[in-house]
Design a protein around this ligand. Structure first.
Ligand code: SF4
Ligand code: SF4
Length: 334
Protein backbone atom coordinates (compact mmCIF):
# COMPACT_ATOMS: atom_id res chain seq x y z
CA UNK A 1 0.00 0.00 0.00
CA UNK A 2 3.01 2.28 0.56
CA UNK A 3 3.36 3.34 -3.10
CA UNK A 4 -0.33 4.04 -3.54
CA UNK A 5 -1.88 7.47 -3.12
CA UNK A 6 -4.29 7.97 -0.22
CA UNK A 7 -7.20 7.75 -2.64
CA UNK A 8 -5.89 4.58 -4.29
CA UNK A 9 -5.55 3.09 -0.80
CA UNK A 10 -9.17 4.00 -0.09
CA UNK A 11 -10.26 2.38 -3.35
CA UNK A 12 -8.33 -0.82 -2.56
CA UNK A 13 -9.76 -0.86 0.95
CA UNK A 14 -13.28 -1.21 -0.53
CA UNK A 15 -12.11 -3.98 -2.87
CA UNK A 16 -11.50 -1.93 -6.04
CA UNK A 17 -8.00 -2.41 -7.44
CA UNK A 18 -6.47 -0.77 -10.49
CA UNK A 19 -9.30 1.69 -11.13
CA UNK A 20 -8.47 5.29 -11.97
CA UNK A 21 -12.08 6.36 -11.47
CA UNK A 22 -12.81 5.34 -7.87
CA UNK A 23 -9.71 7.13 -6.44
CA UNK A 24 -10.75 10.21 -8.44
CA UNK A 25 -14.22 10.00 -6.87
CA UNK A 26 -12.79 9.69 -3.35
CA UNK A 27 -10.67 12.77 -4.05
CA UNK A 28 -13.84 14.69 -4.98
CA UNK A 29 -15.46 14.06 -1.59
CA UNK A 30 -12.54 13.92 0.87
CA UNK A 31 -9.48 16.15 1.32
CA UNK A 32 -6.17 14.53 2.26
CA UNK A 33 -6.64 14.79 6.03
CA UNK A 34 -10.14 13.32 5.71
CA UNK A 35 -8.75 10.47 3.59
CA UNK A 36 -6.07 9.80 6.24
CA UNK A 37 -8.70 9.82 8.98
CA UNK A 38 -10.97 7.38 7.12
CA UNK A 39 -8.06 5.00 6.40
CA UNK A 40 -7.08 5.11 10.08
CA UNK A 41 -10.61 4.15 11.18
CA UNK A 42 -9.94 0.41 10.81
CA UNK A 43 -10.32 -1.21 13.25
CA UNK A 44 -13.01 1.01 14.81
CA UNK A 45 -11.84 3.59 17.30
CA UNK A 46 -12.79 6.72 19.19
CA UNK A 47 -12.16 10.05 17.49
CA UNK A 48 -9.11 10.50 19.72
CA UNK A 49 -7.66 7.09 18.84
CA UNK A 50 -8.22 7.54 15.10
CA UNK A 51 -6.85 11.11 15.14
CA UNK A 52 -3.68 9.94 16.89
CA UNK A 53 -3.21 7.08 14.41
CA UNK A 54 -3.76 9.44 11.45
CA UNK A 55 -1.49 12.15 12.87
CA UNK A 56 -4.29 14.73 12.85
CA UNK A 57 -4.83 17.21 15.72
CA UNK A 58 -7.80 16.14 17.86
CA UNK A 59 -9.55 19.51 17.54
CA UNK A 60 -9.48 19.25 13.75
CA UNK A 61 -10.52 15.58 13.80
CA UNK A 62 -13.56 16.33 15.96
CA UNK A 63 -14.79 18.77 13.31
CA UNK A 64 -14.24 16.21 10.52
CA UNK A 65 -16.28 13.34 11.97
CA UNK A 66 -19.85 14.51 11.30
CA UNK A 67 -19.16 15.63 7.68
CA UNK A 68 -17.46 12.27 6.98
CA UNK A 69 -20.47 10.46 8.46
CA UNK A 70 -22.83 12.52 6.27
CA UNK A 71 -20.71 11.75 3.19
CA UNK A 72 -21.10 8.02 3.82
CA UNK A 73 -17.36 7.48 4.41
CA UNK A 74 -17.49 6.89 8.17
CA UNK A 75 -19.92 4.76 10.20
CA UNK A 76 -20.73 4.68 13.90
CA UNK A 77 -19.84 1.51 15.78
CA UNK A 78 -22.80 -0.61 16.89
CA UNK A 79 -21.27 -1.32 20.31
CA UNK A 80 -22.88 0.50 23.24
CA UNK A 81 -20.93 2.94 25.38
CA UNK A 82 -18.37 5.36 23.94
CA UNK A 83 -19.04 6.31 20.31
CA UNK A 84 -16.57 4.61 17.99
CA UNK A 85 -16.22 5.01 14.25
CA UNK A 86 -15.18 2.73 11.43
CA UNK A 87 -14.41 3.30 7.78
CA UNK A 88 -16.47 2.49 4.70
CA UNK A 89 -15.81 -1.21 4.01
CA UNK A 90 -17.00 -2.24 0.57
CA UNK A 91 -18.22 -1.13 -2.84
CA UNK A 92 -21.89 -1.61 -1.92
CA UNK A 93 -21.55 0.94 0.91
CA UNK A 94 -19.68 3.26 -1.48
CA UNK A 95 -22.42 2.90 -4.11
CA UNK A 96 -25.40 3.19 -1.78
CA UNK A 97 -23.98 5.61 0.77
CA UNK A 98 -21.97 8.27 -1.01
CA UNK A 99 -24.47 8.94 -3.81
CA UNK A 100 -27.21 9.88 -1.34
CA UNK A 101 -25.07 12.58 0.33
CA UNK A 102 -26.77 15.96 0.14
CA UNK A 103 -23.62 17.69 -1.15
CA UNK A 104 -22.61 15.36 -3.94
CA UNK A 105 -20.16 17.22 -6.26
CA UNK A 106 -20.98 17.89 -9.88
CA UNK A 107 -19.65 15.14 -12.13
CA UNK A 108 -19.58 12.53 -9.34
CA UNK A 109 -22.53 10.48 -10.64
CA UNK A 110 -21.21 10.62 -14.21
CA UNK A 111 -17.93 9.07 -13.02
CA UNK A 112 -19.80 6.33 -11.18
CA UNK A 113 -21.81 5.54 -14.32
CA UNK A 114 -18.53 5.29 -16.22
CA UNK A 115 -17.02 2.97 -13.61
CA UNK A 116 -20.10 0.72 -13.58
CA UNK A 117 -19.84 0.18 -17.33
CA UNK A 118 -16.39 -1.41 -16.86
CA UNK A 119 -17.48 -3.38 -13.80
CA UNK A 120 -20.52 -4.79 -15.57
CA UNK A 121 -18.51 -5.74 -18.66
CA UNK A 122 -15.90 -7.52 -16.51
CA UNK A 123 -18.55 -9.48 -14.62
CA UNK A 124 -20.53 -10.38 -17.73
CA UNK A 125 -17.37 -11.69 -19.32
CA UNK A 126 -16.72 -13.78 -16.22
CA UNK A 127 -13.73 -11.90 -14.86
CA UNK A 128 -13.09 -11.17 -11.16
CA UNK A 129 -15.77 -13.58 -10.01
CA UNK A 130 -13.73 -16.10 -8.03
CA UNK A 131 -15.75 -16.87 -4.92
CA UNK A 132 -18.33 -14.21 -5.78
CA UNK A 133 -21.62 -14.58 -3.93
CA UNK A 134 -24.45 -12.24 -4.94
CA UNK A 135 -25.06 -9.62 -2.27
CA UNK A 136 -28.79 -9.32 -2.99
CA UNK A 137 -31.53 -11.89 -3.57
CA UNK A 138 -34.93 -11.60 -5.22
CA UNK A 139 -37.94 -12.20 -2.97
CA UNK A 140 -41.23 -13.11 -4.61
CA UNK A 141 -44.27 -10.89 -4.41
CA UNK A 142 -46.83 -12.36 -2.03
CA UNK A 143 -48.34 -14.65 -4.67
CA UNK A 144 -50.06 -17.99 -4.89
CA UNK A 145 -47.67 -20.84 -4.14
CA UNK A 146 -48.32 -24.50 -4.72
CA UNK A 147 -49.61 -26.56 -1.80
CA UNK A 148 -46.23 -28.18 -1.06
CA UNK A 149 -44.38 -24.89 -0.88
CA UNK A 150 -43.35 -23.37 2.42
CA UNK A 151 -42.85 -19.59 2.46
CA UNK A 152 -40.27 -18.72 5.13
CA UNK A 153 -39.89 -15.36 6.86
CA UNK A 154 -36.76 -14.61 4.82
CA UNK A 155 -38.88 -15.02 1.65
CA UNK A 156 -41.55 -12.62 2.87
CA UNK A 157 -41.07 -8.85 2.79
CA UNK A 158 -44.32 -8.27 4.69
CA UNK A 159 -42.98 -10.40 7.55
CA UNK A 160 -39.74 -8.38 7.51
CA UNK A 161 -41.76 -5.18 7.91
CA UNK A 162 -43.82 -6.68 10.74
CA UNK A 163 -40.68 -7.81 12.60
CA UNK A 164 -38.83 -4.47 12.29
CA UNK A 165 -38.73 -1.98 15.17
CA UNK A 166 -37.66 1.02 13.07
CA UNK A 167 -38.39 1.49 9.36
CA UNK A 168 -37.15 4.25 7.05
CA UNK A 169 -37.31 4.91 3.34
CA UNK A 170 -34.54 6.49 1.28
CA UNK A 171 -34.16 7.38 -2.37
CA UNK A 172 -33.06 4.44 -4.50
CA UNK A 173 -29.30 4.86 -5.08
CA UNK A 174 -29.50 3.08 -8.46
CA UNK A 175 -32.19 5.44 -9.76
CA UNK A 176 -30.22 8.38 -8.32
CA UNK A 177 -27.25 7.30 -10.47
CA UNK A 178 -29.36 6.33 -13.51
CA UNK A 179 -32.51 8.49 -13.37
CA UNK A 180 -35.75 6.74 -14.41
CA UNK A 181 -38.83 8.92 -14.45
CA UNK A 182 -41.49 6.24 -14.93
CA UNK A 183 -41.18 4.72 -11.44
CA UNK A 184 -40.94 6.28 -7.95
CA UNK A 185 -37.51 7.20 -6.56
CA UNK A 186 -38.11 7.05 -2.80
CA UNK A 187 -38.79 3.32 -2.29
CA UNK A 188 -35.60 1.86 -0.78
CA UNK A 189 -36.66 0.54 2.63
CA UNK A 190 -34.23 0.31 5.55
CA UNK A 191 -34.92 -1.68 8.70
CA UNK A 192 -33.76 -1.31 12.30
CA UNK A 193 -30.05 -0.26 12.52
CA UNK A 194 -29.98 0.63 8.83
CA UNK A 195 -33.10 2.75 9.36
CA UNK A 196 -31.57 4.50 12.39
CA UNK A 197 -28.44 5.19 10.30
CA UNK A 198 -30.46 6.65 7.40
CA UNK A 199 -32.58 8.83 9.69
CA UNK A 200 -29.47 10.07 11.57
CA UNK A 201 -27.75 10.88 8.27
CA UNK A 202 -30.79 12.73 6.97
CA UNK A 203 -31.10 10.45 3.93
CA UNK A 204 -34.04 8.47 5.37
CA UNK A 205 -37.63 9.32 6.31
CA UNK A 206 -39.18 7.25 9.10
CA UNK A 207 -42.27 5.18 8.21
CA UNK A 208 -44.90 3.51 10.36
CA UNK A 209 -45.54 -0.19 9.67
CA UNK A 210 -48.80 0.78 7.93
CA UNK A 211 -47.01 3.30 5.69
CA UNK A 212 -44.34 0.71 4.90
CA UNK A 213 -46.95 -1.90 3.93
CA UNK A 214 -48.71 0.63 1.70
CA UNK A 215 -45.38 1.42 0.05
CA UNK A 216 -44.70 -2.29 -0.57
CA UNK A 217 -48.07 -2.70 -2.26
CA UNK A 218 -47.56 0.46 -4.30
CA UNK A 219 -44.22 -0.95 -5.51
CA UNK A 220 -45.91 -4.22 -6.51
CA UNK A 221 -48.54 -2.29 -8.47
CA UNK A 222 -45.74 -0.35 -10.20
CA UNK A 223 -44.21 -3.68 -11.26
CA UNK A 224 -41.07 -3.31 -9.12
CA UNK A 225 -39.22 -6.42 -7.90
CA UNK A 226 -38.39 -6.88 -4.20
CA UNK A 227 -34.76 -7.69 -3.35
CA UNK A 228 -33.23 -8.32 0.08
CA UNK A 229 -29.77 -9.04 1.47
CA UNK A 230 -28.81 -12.56 0.34
CA UNK A 231 -28.76 -14.29 3.73
CA UNK A 232 -31.02 -16.67 5.66
CA UNK A 233 -31.61 -14.09 8.40
CA UNK A 234 -34.13 -11.28 8.07
CA UNK A 235 -32.03 -8.56 6.47
CA UNK A 236 -31.86 -4.82 6.97
CA UNK A 237 -32.94 -3.64 3.52
CA UNK A 238 -35.77 -4.13 1.02
CA UNK A 239 -34.95 -2.80 -2.45
CA UNK A 240 -37.76 -2.28 -4.94
CA UNK A 241 -36.02 -2.62 -8.27
CA UNK A 242 -36.90 -1.59 -11.81
CA UNK A 243 -35.63 -3.07 -15.05
CA UNK A 244 -33.72 -0.04 -16.34
CA UNK A 245 -31.46 1.36 -13.63
CA UNK A 246 -30.97 -1.39 -11.08
CA UNK A 247 -27.41 -2.42 -10.20
CA UNK A 248 -28.76 -5.81 -9.16
CA UNK A 249 -29.18 -6.66 -12.86
CA UNK A 250 -27.36 -4.04 -14.95
CA UNK A 251 -27.22 -4.21 -18.73
CA UNK A 252 -28.48 -7.27 -20.56
CA UNK A 253 -31.02 -9.06 -18.32
CA UNK A 254 -29.87 -12.47 -19.51
CA UNK A 255 -26.91 -11.97 -17.13
CA UNK A 256 -29.15 -11.18 -14.12
CA UNK A 257 -28.04 -14.25 -12.15
CA UNK A 258 -24.41 -13.06 -12.45
CA UNK A 259 -25.26 -10.15 -10.17
CA UNK A 260 -28.23 -11.13 -7.97
CA UNK A 261 -29.41 -14.45 -6.58
CA UNK A 262 -32.83 -15.69 -7.70
CA UNK A 263 -35.50 -16.31 -5.08
CA UNK A 264 -36.14 -19.87 -3.87
CA UNK A 265 -39.09 -20.07 -6.26
CA UNK A 266 -39.77 -20.73 -9.91
CA UNK A 267 -42.80 -19.65 -11.92
CA UNK A 268 -44.79 -22.61 -13.27
CA UNK A 269 -47.55 -22.25 -15.88
CA UNK A 270 -50.67 -24.44 -15.90
CA UNK A 271 -51.17 -24.78 -19.65
CA UNK A 272 -54.81 -25.84 -19.15
CA UNK A 273 -55.63 -22.40 -17.77
CA UNK A 274 -53.34 -20.27 -19.95
CA UNK A 275 -55.21 -18.22 -22.58
CA UNK A 276 -51.98 -17.16 -24.34
CA UNK A 277 -52.67 -13.48 -23.70
CA UNK A 278 -48.94 -12.51 -23.53
CA UNK A 279 -49.40 -10.37 -20.39
CA UNK A 280 -46.74 -12.34 -18.47
CA UNK A 281 -44.24 -12.02 -21.32
CA UNK A 282 -44.60 -8.25 -21.27
CA UNK A 283 -44.22 -8.15 -17.48
CA UNK A 284 -41.11 -10.34 -17.05
CA UNK A 285 -37.90 -8.25 -16.78
CA UNK A 286 -35.72 -11.24 -17.54
CA UNK A 287 -37.12 -12.55 -20.85
CA UNK A 288 -37.88 -15.82 -19.06
CA UNK A 289 -41.28 -16.50 -20.68
CA UNK A 290 -42.10 -17.50 -24.24
CA UNK A 291 -45.09 -19.01 -26.00
CA UNK A 292 -43.34 -22.33 -26.43
CA UNK A 293 -45.55 -24.35 -24.08
CA UNK A 294 -48.12 -27.05 -24.82
CA UNK A 295 -50.66 -25.78 -27.37
CA UNK A 296 -48.74 -22.51 -27.79
CA UNK A 297 -49.24 -21.49 -24.18
CA UNK A 298 -46.77 -19.68 -21.93
CA UNK A 299 -43.61 -21.49 -20.88
CA UNK A 300 -40.96 -20.44 -18.34
CA UNK A 301 -37.22 -20.77 -18.97
CA UNK A 302 -35.88 -22.12 -15.65
CA UNK A 303 -32.39 -20.77 -16.30
CA UNK A 304 -33.64 -17.22 -16.70
CA UNK A 305 -36.49 -17.08 -14.15
CA UNK A 306 -35.47 -15.04 -11.07
CA UNK A 307 -38.56 -16.14 -9.13
CA UNK A 308 -39.92 -12.62 -8.63
CA UNK A 309 -43.61 -13.54 -9.02
CA UNK A 310 -44.49 -10.51 -11.18
CA UNK A 311 -45.91 -12.78 -13.87
CA UNK A 312 -48.08 -14.63 -11.35
CA UNK A 313 -49.75 -11.46 -10.06
CA UNK A 314 -50.22 -10.24 -13.63
CA UNK A 315 -51.85 -13.36 -15.11
CA UNK A 316 -55.60 -12.74 -15.61
CA UNK A 317 -56.30 -16.50 -15.58
CA UNK A 318 -54.38 -17.33 -12.37
CA UNK A 319 -52.46 -19.81 -14.50
CA UNK A 320 -49.07 -19.20 -12.85
CA UNK A 321 -47.99 -20.43 -9.41
CA UNK A 322 -44.65 -20.16 -7.66
CA UNK A 323 -43.00 -23.46 -6.81
CA UNK A 324 -40.16 -23.89 -4.30
CA UNK A 325 -37.07 -25.09 -6.17
CA UNK A 326 -34.22 -24.12 -3.82
CA UNK A 327 -33.85 -25.23 -0.22
CA UNK A 328 -32.97 -22.79 2.54
CA UNK A 329 -29.46 -24.32 2.67
CA UNK A 330 -28.71 -22.78 -0.75
CA UNK A 331 -28.89 -19.29 0.82
CA UNK A 332 -25.75 -18.05 2.67
CA UNK A 333 -26.18 -18.39 6.44
CA UNK A 334 -25.27 -14.74 7.13
S1 SF4 B 1 -40.91 -15.79 -15.18
FE1 SF4 B 1 -40.12 -13.70 -15.04
S2 SF4 B 1 -41.75 -12.51 -14.03
FE2 SF4 B 1 -42.18 -14.70 -13.68
S3 SF4 B 1 -41.21 -15.16 -11.71
FE3 SF4 B 1 -39.74 -15.69 -13.31
S4 SF4 B 1 -38.48 -13.84 -13.52
FE4 SF4 B 1 -40.34 -13.20 -12.43
S1 SF4 C 1 -50.51 -14.07 -18.38
FE1 SF4 C 1 -51.41 -16.06 -17.83
S2 SF4 C 1 -52.93 -16.44 -19.41
FE2 SF4 C 1 -51.61 -14.81 -20.19
S3 SF4 C 1 -50.02 -15.90 -21.37
FE3 SF4 C 1 -49.22 -15.65 -19.30
S4 SF4 C 1 -49.79 -17.55 -18.23
FE4 SF4 C 1 -51.04 -17.44 -20.08
Amino acid sequence: MADLTLYEQLAESIGIKGSGIIPEMFAMIADEDEAKFVLAAAPPGTVEEIAQKAGIPLEKAEKMVRPLFLKGLLFKSKKPGETRYYKIRNYVQFHDGTVLSPDIPEGYLALLREFEKTLVKDMQEGRDQAGYTPFMRVVPINVTVDAKTQVLAMDDVEKMIQEANVIAVTACSCRTIHPVTEVPLEVCMQLDKAAVYAIDRGTGRELTKEQAMEMLHMCEKEGLVHCVINTQSLGYMICNCDNQSCSNWPGDKKYAKTFAAPSRFLAVVDSENCSACDACIDRCYFYAISMGGKGDTAQVDEDRCMGCGLCAVTCPEDAITMKEVRKIETIPAG
